[in-house]
Design a protein around this ligand. Structure first.
Ligand SMILES: [Zn+2]
Length: 262
């Protein structure tokens, strides 16, 4: 019974927050993408990492993955529509990551941890609450952020957007003509002369959420250092924008779907 009540609480919570972002919230492709991803990761993870037999793994994954996917969808929708609220959205997106991480390891998901366990990565600092506060340095994000902080001087640090977006934000005064913005783990830039910076910012913020998703499967923690190596699975493709059909890749379609719904 407790589990069912917690699902209802999580679902209502997501619905309530999701109301702020209409077009994104109602897009079945985005909902199915989030739910499908989290159910699949949970199902495979439970069998491979948790050693759960396929039948019970599927049953649990459908329930836990669906709730986790909806929580993620709410977070992405809020931030895609309101980049100023990106930290709240990111907390929900990373809440989903934490839920799926527990699900993969067959640790209870729909219990009191639903309200007590949170995490939030801001640029290269990874904050975590599991009853007590913790802070770690995200090593991969720190490496990329350092490059931007000490990189070419046409990057102008944007303190206001940095505080609210969850990544270091720079305005690029010499952006290449084919790019409006770019995200690398921990940092992003937007074209300083773009007509619609909030929309570009939303798109890049969604990439920062995608970059955290891999940590549902694996993250290494060594004292105050955290290594989210799987960030490369979704963070680095942004660097490879010269590849053909860049705009057709799934992470680009998803970022456009949340930031610029059509
Ligand atoms: Zn993109």
């Amino acid at each position: 019974m407790g589990g069912r009540r917690n699902i209802a609480v999580a679902f209502s919570f997501s619905l309530l927050l999701g109301r702020a972002a209409d077009a994104q919230w109602n897009d079945p492709k985005l909902v199915l993408g989030q739910v499908g991803f989290n159910v699949a990761v949970s199902f495979v993870g439970k069998m491979v990492i948790g050693h759960v037999p396929p039948g019970p793994a599927l049953k649990q994954a459908l329930k836990e993955g669906a709730v986790s996917g909806l929580v993620a969808h709410a977070g992405y929708s809020i931030s895609g529509h309101h980049p100023r609220w990106a930290l709240a959205g990111k907390a929900l997106a990373q809440k989903s990551v934490g839920m799926t991480r527990r699900s993969v390891r067959d640790v209870p998901v729909l219990d009191q941890s639903l309200l007590t366990h949170w995490e939030l990565t801001h640029s290269f600092i990874h904050f975590k609450w599991d009853g007590a506060p913790h802070a770690q340095i995200d090593v991969v994000n720190l490496a990329f952020s350092t490059y931007f902080a000490f990189g070419p001087d046409h990057y102008d640090f944007d303190l206001g957007r940095t505080l609210t977006s969850g990544s270091l934000v720079f305005r690029n005064f010499a952006a290449p003509s084919h790019l409006r913005g770019m995200y690398v783990p921990g940092a992003l830039w937007v074209d300083a002369f773009d007509d619609d910076i909030p929309n570009v910012l939303s798109h890049e913020i969604i990439h920062s959420f995608q970059a955290e998703r891999g940590s549902a499967l694996k993250q290494w923690e060594r004292g105050v250092f955290r290594f989210n190596w799987l960030v490369f699975a979704s963070g680095v493709p942004a660097l490879l924008s010269g590849w053909p059909e860049h705009g057709a890749r799934w992470h680009e379609l998803e970022a456009d779907g949340y930031a610029d719904p059509r």
